[in-house]
Design a protein around this ligand. Structure first.
Ligand code: NAP
Length: 259
């Protein structure tokens, strides 16, 4: 699906770094920023995926570079940031999008190694990517922005997504903490997507019964699209949201989340 531009080119001259962005929601986020004029740096674990995604974005006249980066690999994180800064001289927007859900076991039966991995990739990697003195934060100046990608599961932990959901709940708190620490130059916000058919959710959204049950829990009678998520992220990173920081935007078609 190709991105719709509704608000002109809000990111002309901006440099945007998106993790886990060679397919799915991350790819659409990168595409959206690129179509609105940004230079985007995409990344994921596999060189082949990075190369293919770069080609797809270049075919749309998007200014794009690709770097291999497994978000829990310190050297690759450093390389991602350094390559971006060497090429463009700054970072205006960081979108931290990588996550895993390695197990559908009940919480008390989840292996310790899985608990560690959930923390490491879904929470810790976002902190380390931004960490002052080492990674992206020192390169983020006035009017910069961070968007963390959480999940509706952070509010309501589906049985098969229990500890994944808890890791996403942690991002709501992390958003508040980083917003306070990075203010006033950098705004930090969070998007909590509802269910979007991607590789990640294929085992749920590919099952017609489960899919119908989720659609019925939305008020708009449909699943989300990757473009729905990209629009919300672009809004939060743009000047349109210049007085918003420390907030989570739920983009879930009205699925129950919070009051
Ligand atoms: P997806 O379509 O499966 O795409 C995952 C992307 O992440 C790929 O580009 C993959 O490329 C990359 N990736 C995976 N592990 C990585 C790692 N450790 N380091 C760097 N890159 C990695 O997933 P998605 O559904 O778009 O999910 C994106 C984000 O949205 C996640 O944070 C997820 O929790 C959140 N979310 C999704 C939904 C949904 O319904 N889809 C709902 C709520 C929240 P490589 O294989 O090359 O690494």
């Amino acid at each position: 699906m190709s991105s719709k531009i509704t608000s002109g080119k809000r990111f002309e001259g901006k440099v945007v770094l998106v993790t886990a962005s060679t397919q799915g929601i991350g790819f659409s986020i990168a595409e959206r920023f690129g179509l609105e004029g940004a230079s985007v740096v995409i990344s994921s674990r596999k060189q082949k995926n990075v190369d293919e995604a770069v080609e797809k974005l270049k075919a749309k006249d998007i200014k794009v570079s690709g770097v291999v980066c497994h978000v829990s690999n310190a050297q690759q994180r450093k390389n991602l940031v350094e390559t971006t800064v060497q090429k463009y001289g700054k970072i205006d927007v960081v979108v931290s999008n990588a996550a895993v859900n390695p197990s559908t076991d009940p919480t008390l039966e989840t292996e310790e190694s899985v608990l560690d991995k959930l923390w490491e990739i879904n929470v810790k990697a976002s902190i380390l990517l931004l960490k002052a003195g080492e990674d992206a934060a020192p390169h983020m100046k006035k009017d910069s922005s961070v968007v963390l990608i959480s999940s509706i599961s952070g509010y309501h932990q589906h049985d098969s997504l229990a500890m994944y959901g808890v890791s996403k709940t942690a991002l709501f708190g992390l958003t508040k903490v980083l917003a306070a620490e990075m203010a006033p130059d950098t705004r930090v916000n969070c998007v909590a997507p509802g269910y979007v058919p991607t590789h990640f959710t294929g085992y749920i959204t590919g099952d017609q019964t489960l899919r119908k049950a989720i659609e019925d829990r939305t008020l708009l009678n449909r699943l989300g699209t990757t473009d729905d998520m990209a629009s919300a992220v672009a809004f939060l990173a743009s000047d349109d949201a210049s007085y918003i920081t420390g907030e989570t935007l739920v983009v879930a078609g009205g699925m129950p989340s919070r009051l």
